[in-house]
Design a protein around this ligand. Sequence first.
Ligand code: PEP
Length: 256
Amino acid sequence: MPATPRRPVIAGNWKMFKTQADTRSFFAAFLPLVAAADHCEIVIAPPFTALAAAVDAARGSRVAIAAQNLHWEPQGAFTGEIAAPMLVEAGCRAVLIGHSERRQFFGETDATVAQKLAAALAAGLQPIVCVGESLEAREQGRTDEILRSQFAGAFAALTAREFSPILLAYEPVWAIGTGRTATPQLAAEAHRFLRAQAESRFGREAAAALRILYGGSVKPGNISGLMAEEEIDGALVGGASLDPASFAAIVKYREG
Ligand code: PEP
């Protein structure tokens, strides 16, 4: 596969943490720490209620704000849901789709992931699509099978052109919030497998350009080992993105 330079992405997923006031404090501390870090893209996904505060606080910086979920319809009678055009209006540039917590606790399926993906692309939001196997699936030797079916389920309807803005996040469920990080080699192996799926579906060029982030207990202490793997193009960070100093240290992994 030809070596295409892929710009790293470090993304934070705040999950259901931080009020608007917390968000303003975070950015006041975080932005000065990463002002000189231009080797990667930085994305932060706050909860819906803190999006406006985050967009406001990040204005003029290189930090892009993402939502953590969306509905697939552009509007409608869907109580409690948020549509892609609303996220765009709020200042979001990206959106997480198919996070394992949504798959586990909120009935997200490959079919809804595909619908949400189409809605995000139609609205001009950059999708960050999460895939990953459970501990049970890994122990049963079914990791490739799960990743293959999640990949196919999410992307089957897309053309190579539609696929091109997508960021893929490999997040083994057993590593999320558990403190149990995949080794860089294990993560790289899964990324290689996913890139091979992209090559067979969308061709060599699209696969070589695809950025695949690793997620699962990424911390300041393990990020540089992960980023040393050519296959790992960035990280999706949960717990360690909540603290400005810790997330800044992850962003500045080259200095670690
Ligand atoms: C996540 O929420 O996507 C995640 C990877 O969480 P953590 O870093 O806390 O494992």
